[in-house]
Structure formats: C-alpha cells, structure tokens
Design a protein around this ligand. Structure first.
Ligand SMILES: [Zn+2]
Length: 243
C-alpha cells in the first residue's frame, strides 16, 4: 500500500549508520512511524525533509512489518524556532502532544492544522508563549475526544455565576454550593475556554485577555491536559525549567 500525504515531522530517531526512524503527523493517516533510509546522508534528497519540525509532502509505503518513506519534499521548516530554546522546547511539547493524542490510521487534518498554525505563530512571535500553549493544549484535547463541558454545573444545572470551579479530572464546571473541588476560574477565563473549544480553527487565536487571566488560562489548560492524558511530558518539564 502506498500513501501520499502532507505531514509534520514530530520526532526523529537515528537508527544505524545512515537511517532515521521518523514519527509523522499526517493529514490522512494520523501518526505514523516510518523509516527514512539513508536520510542522514547530507546529499540525500530526504535529508532536509526528514528533520524534526519539518512540514512537507511525503510518500510512504508499507513493507512487511514497517513503513518506509521513499520520497519527501519540505514545504516549511520553521527555521526560526531553532534560534530560541524556549520556543523550540514548546514546539517539541506540541509535537509530543500529537504523538500522544493521535491514533495511527485515523485522519488528523484538523489537529495538523492547529499545530501548524501554533508553530507559525510561535515562530513569528505574534502571540505569547503562555497564550499559544493554552490554546494548543485545549484545542488538541477538544479535537481528540476530551472536550470539556463548559455549559453548566452538573450538580445543580445552573449557568456558572459568582464563584465557580473547573474540575480538571471531570472536565466540567462546578458552582461553590456543589461542594465539589476544582480550580477557581472567572468569567474571562471561562469565555476564553469556550472560545477555543467551540470556534473553528481559523478563529481560535482571535481573542486576547489581561495578563493575570492569561496566566490563569495557561495554568488551567495545562492541569486539564495532564489530568486527562494521565502522563508527564519531558519537553514540557524542560520548557518549564527554562521560564
Ligand atoms: Zn451547582
């Protein structure tokens, strides 16, 4: 079976003298791990296109028990991200999230679009790191079956008003009277979360909020992500050690 698709290189592992094992986030086939033979050789056509954070067109075929990349053409390499260790580690964290959340052989065009948009904004420094991290985490979760319920308190059925709490384990809002725990959030942060979850991808970055609320949004989204995925991410830990 031969597959042609656009894809982002999430991770690269050197194997043997000159080969690479490449983890791809493809639009058509989800996350695929494929070998790129002789790609480490500098004169190989695939050398540039099979580096991490490269976005391009890939041709992949299935041999007996593995996938092989036999052609790759780079369209975008996000070179600017390599100049800044904070932004680079955040980009690697986004890649690790995709590798965790996207199954093999399921189309992932929307998730690929979110990550490409986030990498572009990260590279051009148009939005803060905190903002891009929060938007990316929450939208990737929403697209991967972890959409939070931000409508009303499941305890009393009331719209959130006054004091309310986002419960990261259950992915829902509780009022104070419910007696259920969570992170105390405010109307601005709730509006931001609703905006990210409910809007089409081209609109999810079109809002801004005061610095304190942006910080709170960043903390809530990170805790929600870690709670839902039930794991840690080396790239996230490294990013947080830098800031
Ligand atoms: Zn309630």
């Amino acid at each position: 079976m031969r597959m042609t698709t656009d894809a982002l290189v999430l991770r690269v592992t050197d194997t043997g003298e000159s080969d690479r094992l490449v983890t791809l986030l493809t639009a058509e086939y989800g996350v695929i791990r494929a070998f790129a033979n002789r790609a480490k050789k500098i004169n190989s056509k695939m050398h540039g296109a099979t580096q991490s954070l490269c976005y391009g067109d890939f041709s992949v075929y299935r041999s007996r028990d593995s996938y092989i990349i036999d052609d790759a053409t780079a369209k975008e390499v996000f070179f600017g991200l390599r100049e800044d260790i904070e932004r680079l580690s955040l980009a690697q964290y986004f890649c690790a999230l995709c590798a965790e959340l996207v199954p093999e052989m399921e189309p992932a065009r929307d998730i690929l679009r979110v990550v490409l948009n986030s990498l572009h904004l990260l590279e051009t420094k148009r939005r803060s790191n905190d903002f891009l991290k929060a938007v990316t985490e929450l939208k990737l979760l929403s697209l991967s079956g972890f959409m939070p319920d931000l409508t009303c308190c499941p305890h009393c059925g009331e719209e959130p008003a006054g004091e309310f709490y986002f419960n990261v384990a259950e992915g829902c809002l509780y009022c104070r009277a419910s007696g259920r725990g969570g992170i105390k959030i405010n109307a601005t942060v709730l509006a931001a979360m609703r905006h990210i979850c409910s809007n089409p991808i081209e609109r999810i970055y079109s809002f801004s909020l005061p610095a304190d609320d942006e910080k709170l949004l960043m903390q809530v989204c990170e805790k929600f992500l870690l709670s839902q995925t039930k794991r840690t991410f080396k790239a996230l830990d490294f990013y947080k050690s830098l800031i």
